[in-house]
Design a protein around this ligand. Structure first.
Ligand code: FES
Ligand code: MG
Length: 578
């Protein structure tokens, strides 16, 4: 362990502020322009608060106020807080996909931290891609870092009925299409789903990733379960402010916390929570930035061992994150699955997982289930392989109709989302519930950015017949709040000529989740012929960030990072001393 105490003259910010040369004179002068004097910076760590607040991100609307709590903690501990706003990715509105911008956020974080006189970092995020985006950049810079999760919003409500964000939007939209919900009711549901600041309170990507990041050791113990509107959240923010200053003096950085063991803990938590499929992509990317090779097989192995015990929708049947918090939250869940965790893994608290959970208790066994009465016994997130997905694809088996886990049916192929949207309401669409809907050109490079189109709506004709689930296969992703027999992240993707590009309408496809298999029932000879005939499409972006993204993004099974951001790609120079 490094953990030697830093002296004030060892602070990184001193390189900007302490020297007796023209540059430092100028930097000090500019600090004075901000109203600071030497007593504000001398011997005090400068702590960056990277906040992803924006007017267009309701999940983070409270950050403006919570930053003041973080600052309070930093001042109390003798640091100087500086607020550096960065890209705010609001999952529900950013088009075509917030994942497209996750890597841009990570680059922004890394370069902000590199170029400014920063000694330690508090990251404030939570809405889906902001969590991995912030952390990826911070891992690459490796300054002492704490992640503050935004916290879930309170439960939705309409006419006395609990509503879950995402999941109930999908559900009631289907009921509206089926004629079971009126326009007036739909309007009420629309307003009742999101009633406070905070992230989606279902087990979507936000709740999954903030829990994962806590279990990696990068957030204060218990922080990820605190509802955004709860005053405990303010106190947690102040505590993070105090703690980060201490971490700077101890030079306690991500490289001392993130190990293979911590990533295995992260995967186990994602499984026990019944987490989002998106977590797979993010955990792989985070691990690889930390120089640890986590692969799809790690997820499949761990998912066969760890049961889903968090009874939170959509894998669970009725509860939401607020209930999960009252039932003991993440620490109680960790206590329950402790035999599957590496308890000696370190955390930002300076303590091990074992020490963090020692007083944790479950207060409601229906919300956090005992191991012998799980929501889903094993394989909640299953990895399938076969000739249709040689590098793998994933299915959230815990959130789909069990009868579809073994299925053979004819393909109905769509080359892009608009062509499906154009016909999905047609009464004469030739489709039955046995069909398998295929969507392509929605992968990392083709989308680009793997939009969350993988839960293709069931054709309206079938919805009216009462069908609520069918098999869908794509190289897209789906929201963590989605559900259904959606096979996602097919790799390699169709846009670069992966086998998904070779499927024709009417081809038979078999899936067998228990055996982890997916098979396109077409001969190798015919597939080779189709491959020769295949014409690849042009990238959608011809310039700018989208162009760069398509060119450098890695496939889903590799975490969709940019290849040039991996540590193995090459070195970054330190700060020039001028
Ligand atoms: Fe922000 Fe779901 S839209 S967390
Ligand atoms: Mg989401």
């Amino acid at each position: 362990m490094r953990n030697q105490l830093k002296t004030p003259d060892m602070l990184r910010s001193n390189r900007w502020l302490a020297a007796n040369d023209f540059r430092s004179f100028n930097h000090r002068s500019r600090f004075m322009q901000m109203g600071y004097g030497p007593e504000d910076w001398e011997g005090r760590p400068i702590i960056a608060i990277l906040s992803t607040w924006s007017d267009l991100n309701p999940c983070h609307h409270h950050f403006k106020e919570r930053i003041e709590d973080v600052k309070r903690g930093i001042y109390q501990a003798g640091g100087l807080p500086v607020e550096l706003p960065c890209m705010s990715l609001f999952e529900s509105i950013v088009k075509p996909s917030a994942l497209l911008y996750r890597n841009l956020l990570s680059m922004e974080v890394e370069e902000l931290l590199r170029s400014y006189p920063i000694d330690g970092v508090v990251l404030m995020g939570g809405c889906d891609k902001t969590t991995p985006g912030l952390l990826l950049g911070a891992i690459s810079m490796n300054l002492p870092t704490i992640f503050i999760p935004a916290g879930p919003m309170i439960k939705g409500n309409y006419r006395g009925e609990t509503l879950g964000s995402g999941s109930d939007a999908f559900k009631y939209w289907d009921e509206y299409r089926a004629g079971n919900v009126s326009e007036e009711e739909l309007e009420g549901i629309c307003g009742g789903i999101g009633r406070s600041v905070g992230t989606c309170m279902t087990m979507g990507t936000a709740s999954t990733m903030t829990a994962v990041v806590e279990s990696l050791g990068m957030s204060l113990p218990g922080s990820s379960s605190i509802p955004a509107a709860d005053k405990c959240h303010n106190r947690m923010c102040a505590e993070a402010g105090r703690r980060i200053v201490d971490m700077v003096w101890k030079d306690y950085a991500p490289d001392q916390i993130l190990t293979r063991k911590s990533f295995e803990n992260g995967i186990s938590i994602a499984m026990a929570m019944g987490g989002s499929t998106n977590a797979i992509i993010h955990i792989i990317a985070l691990a690889r930035r930390a120089g640890i090779n986590v692969a799809l097989d790690d997820f499949d192995r761990i998912s066969r061992e760890v049961p889903v015990i968090a009874n939170v929708r959509p894998s669970g049947d009725k509860y939401l994150m607020e209930d999960f918090y009252y039932a003991g939250g993440i620490l109680a869940l960790m206590m329950r699955i402790k035999d599957f965790l590496h308890l000696d893994a370190q955390t930002v608290s300076g303590k091990t997982i074992s020490e963090n959970i020692k007083n944790a208790e479950v207060y409601n066994d229906d919300v956090i289930r005992p191991l012998d009465d799980p929501i889903y016994k094993e394989g909640s997130l299953a990895v399938l392989k076969g000739n249709l997905a040689p590098d793998g694809c994933v299915i959230k088996a815990s959130a789909c109709n069990p009868k579809l886990l073994k299925h053979t049916g004819p393909a109905l192929v769509f080359d892009d989302y608009p062509s499906y949207k154009a016909v999905m309401n047609n009464e004469d669409l030739e489709v039955t519930e046995d069909h398998i809907l295929i969507l392509r050109n929605a992968g990392p490079k083709g989308g680009p950015g793997m939009p969350e189109w993988g839960m293709l709506p069931i054709p309206t004709k079938l919805v009216k017949q009462g069908v609520r689930d069918m098999v869908r296969i794509s190289d897209a992703r789906m929201s963590g709040t989605s559900y259904g027999a959606c096979i996602l992240h097919v790799a390699p993707e169709s846009f670069i000529g992966g086998p998904l590009a070779l499927v024709k309408t009417g081809d038979m496809i078999s899936i067998n989740v228990a055996e982890r298999k997916i098979h396109l029932e077409v001969s190798e000879k015919e597939l080779a012929f189709r491959k020769k005939e295949l014409k690849l499409g042009e990238p959608k972006y011809q310039r700018g960030y989208g162009w760069m993204y398509s060119k450098y993004v890695l496939q889903a099974d590799e975490g969709c990072d940019f290849e040039f951001l991996l540590n193995s790609y090459g070195a970054t120079p330190g700060e020039p001393d001028i």
